[in-house]
Ligand binder design. Structure first.
Ligand SMILES: Cc1cc2nc3c(=O)[nH]c(=O)nc-3n(C[C@H](O)[C@H](O)[C@H](O)COP(=O)(O)OP(=O)(O)OC[C@H]3O[C@@H](n4cnc5c(N)ncnc54)[C@H](O)[C@@H]3O)c2cc1C
Length: 392
């Protein structure tokens, strides 16, 4: 297999780079390069810039705003955005509920929601996990009872990422309590301002407010907001989770962090001894760079083989999730080691005269612990690989 990019693909990559250089506001670009984040307003503005160029949802069908790019071009696009780095489109809409709606939703749902997702006019969040239903998601207890013209949802969701910014949530709820547990679940689209819906923030180890608990108390949802067939929500959720996991390879982010580590380790901004002079450090860095290359090559092989069946959950996504999350965590750990005392400013802020260059290393290290948990914990991914790919 020839894994080199063709002249046309290289020209395409140059076009992307030129666009990113010209279009991403300079202060945001600087902040992202040193480990900072985009605010919700900046993410909205950036998604609209991408949408105006026709690039906010490149992987979608063309009739709903997609580009028609080959899988390889889509991969190049993701890689360039992650390496630049520029903000990636919000995954809850663009990569999770969007594909569920265009694959399984009604025409009315497609027309109503897809254009708004493509411009981030609607901010979606994910209501799957519950206090007693994480890895064993199918045992979820949130229930939807039939009501005049729709359903009434009651129950509790946990870990709802960025729910505080969202105006819509996609929710799994039990609609048949007599069926086998995977068969009695349906997929609902619910406005976050629905009466009876309450959001309670959960504070994380890095001090940030990223996740929430959600309480549903008799929340009314009209029939038109049920996606696809009733009691088929489990199939749609598996399809969605497989897309979520594929997106978690994020090899471009790992490459960008490794490049930053190499620069900092060669010449620490505080003028201290250079870690890159030590053979043990060189070896650690080289191992991670090789792992990034191996993951990238795996992605290219998957792209070259055409991926999985349309509308089907793809077990290969579990491999990408496993290796991608482990690599992200290992690179964050190495960055923390390189920063050393410069990382100690967390959580009190940089303070007067304190070095800024390592300030994001500790929050990033702690925050990325989540990667081996969400989207299905890594232990569960190993079981999927063993059963579905190795046939054990
Ligand atoms: C930061 C963060 C953000 C999240 N965002 C969202 C969100 O937006 N929406 C949403 O719906 N959910 C979200 N989640 C929830 C996430 O999907 C769950 O945390 C995850 O599925 C694990 O479930 P759990 O936390 O209940 O752990 P448990 O399922 O209780 O697992 C605990 C441990 O036991 C292991 N384990 C469990 N069962 C098995 C088994 N059969 N074999 C081997 N090991 C096993 C697990 O791997 C894990 O190590 C988020 C989680 C985090 C941490």
């Amino acid at each position: 297999m020839d894994l080199r990019l063709s002249a046309e693909d290289l020209a395409f990559r140059d076009e992307l780079r030129a666009f990113l250089r010209a279009s991403l506001p300079a202060p945001l670009a600087r902040r992202l390069r040193t480990g900072g984040k985009a605010s919700p307003e900046e993410l909205r503005a950036w998604t609209r810039t991408l949408a105006d160029r026709g690039w906010s949802v490149p992987h979608w069908p063309v009739e709903w705003g997609g580009t028609g790019w080959s899988p390889l071009r889509q991969m190049i696009f993701r890689d360039e955005v992650q390496q630049f780095p520029a903000p990636e489109p919000l995954s809850f809409g663009a990569s999770m509920v969007g594909p569920v709606i265009y694959t399984f939703g009604s025409q009315a749902q497609k027309e109503r929601f897809l254009p708004r997702i493509a411009r981030l006019d609607d901010w979606w969040c994910q209501g799957f996990s519950e206090p007693e239903a994480g890895s064993d998601l199918a045992s979820l207890r949130t229930r939807a009872e039939p009501a005049e013209g729709g359903w009434r949802i009651t129950g509790q969701k946990a870990w709802t990422s960025l729910g505080q910014h969202a105006n819509w949530i996609f929710v799994l709820a039990r609609t048949d309590r007599t069926a086998k547990k995977q068969n009695g679940i349906s997929f609902f689209l619910v406005p976050m301002d629905s009466p009876g819906l309450k959001l309670v923030p959960t504070e994380l180890i890095d001090g940030s407010h990223e996740v929430n608990e959600l309480f549903f108390d008799d929340v009314f949802v009209p029939d038109e907001n049920v996606v696809g067939e009733l009691n088929k929500g489990w199939d749609y959720a598996r399809f969605l989770l497989s897309n979520e996991r594929t997106g978690q390879a994020r090899v471009g982010l790992a490459k960008a962090r490794l490049r930053r580590i190499r620069e900092l380790a060669a010449a620490p901004p505080d003028g201290g001894p250079a870690p890159l002079d030590h053979p043990a450090f060189q070896r650690r860095l080289a191992e991670l760079e090789v792992q990034a290359l191996a993951l990238e090559t795996t992605l290219l092989r998957i792209v070259a083989s055409g991926g999985g069946e349309e509308g089907e959950a793809n077990p290969v996504s579990s491999i990408l999730k496993l290796r991608g999350s482990e690599l992200q965590q290992a690179t964050a750990e190495l960055l923390l080691d390189v920063a050393g005392p410069a990382a100690l400013v967390w959580p009190y802020g940089p303070g007067e005269g304190a070095p800024l260059w390592g300030a994001d290393a500790a929050p990033t290290y702690f925050n990325l612990r989540k990667l081996s948990i969400y989207g299905g914990a890594n232990e569960i991914q190993r079981t999927i690989v063993a059963r579905s790919i190795l046939g054990l």
